[in-house]
Design a protein around this ligand. Sequence first.
Ligand code: URP
Ligand code: ZN
Ligand code: ZN
Ligand code: ZN
Length: 458
Amino acid sequence: MATVLVKNGRVITADSDSVCDILVEDEIITAIGKNLPVQADEIIDATGKLVLPGGIDPHVHLDMPFMGTFSSDTHETGTRAALHGGTTTVIDFVLQKQGHSLREALTEWQSRANGTAVGDYSFHMAVTDFNPSTKEEIKDMVAEGITSFKTFMAYKGALMIDDAQMVGLMQEVKKHGGLVTAHATNGDLIDTLIAQHRAAGKLTPRYHYLSQPEVTEAEASGRFCDIANYTGVNAYIVHLTCEGALNKVRRATERNQRVLVETCIQYLLLDASLYGEEFEGAKWVMSPPLREKKDQDTLWAGINQGLVQVVGTDHCPFMWEQKLMGKDDFSRIPNGHPAIEHRMELLFSEGVMKGRISPQKFVEVTSTNAAKIFGMFPRKGTISIGADADLILIDPRKKHTISAETHHMNVDYSSYEGWELTGKIDTVLLRGKVAVDHGETKVGRGYGQFIKRGKVGF
Ligand code: URP
Ligand code: ZN
Ligand code: ZN
Ligand code: ZN
């Protein structure tokens, strides 16, 4: 049996904060206490460092076929980059192909991820074609540990389902104790605006942003809340960006409905002023688009109000050459941007170090809440006896600068080039093994395990 002792760190969970030692035996935490009187094969001195649960990013798209190409990080490169940024587990989206089964999609994704991922991973199933045979497959997916079902209310003709399919899916998922999540934007309204802009010769990336105004998200978010309330299913909105949409959730809470909300790091830190007339704005062409300063303020407040439970990334990187597919037409720019590696350090620096959120809230929104919501708690998402030893050590004063020159993601630009951050994740343990140490990767292709998830909820 291999043993590791993490000594004398400031150990922070969602509800505790104390200087102590953590003993790890093989993959599991077996003791926590002050000055543990034990020996170990490996001792990690965490004096002056913060020791937190490994991050969970529940919104990533690895090696995903989308808009005529594939996202550029594979399960290997994406999970390796995630580890470098302290994210030890990701949940990736399997996409059902319209006209085909959920099982076929799952088999395809397993063939790409199993044996290649470096960090731990799980899958959501995106239901893009709900019909009588899909309905029969829901219970099979739950039995596989895939307990969350993603819906797209936009991307008509590729991924979008209509409200009739949404009701049917929610009813079936509820029967099997799962969770329905939504990309909640009004696809028809967006497609109309895209067509109008194209017809008028308005083709720069800025018109991607102008084709998805706040109302497109607020309307769909409200509709999703209402249908979820009617069916009684566990509901979660992915990548929520704006005040109008969060107000629909706030309204739902007034009838004592619980709708879980994820925002993503970019919506807290970046805004729509990045969409100028130059093609460079394509770096941030994602859906929904970046919003306004007032929306950032709403989201930070929403985190502290407990209305926003999760900060993910929606990591969906494309090389610059892939972005150029849309150089003459914004509607052909592959939607998505890279973020998997920097979510934790960005939120730590801009959130904790700038006093916007507490260290406990940081742990909640980067790890614990996702573990609870998606059925991995307490194996993942906390530091407790019996949990997987997924730990990150942060040097809270160390400064560093983000750059595409030094990042580990398989993409040739950074959305945060030149950003100076305070707080560096120096050491990362995944299931008891040092996975990253001061910039060096210590585990290889295939170390990552599929995490079968259980009961969802909160
Ligand atoms: O622009 C984005 N978000 N690309 C990935 C697919 C999605 O909508 O999440
Ligand atoms: Zn088929
Ligand atoms: Zn989406
Ligand atoms: Zn996404």
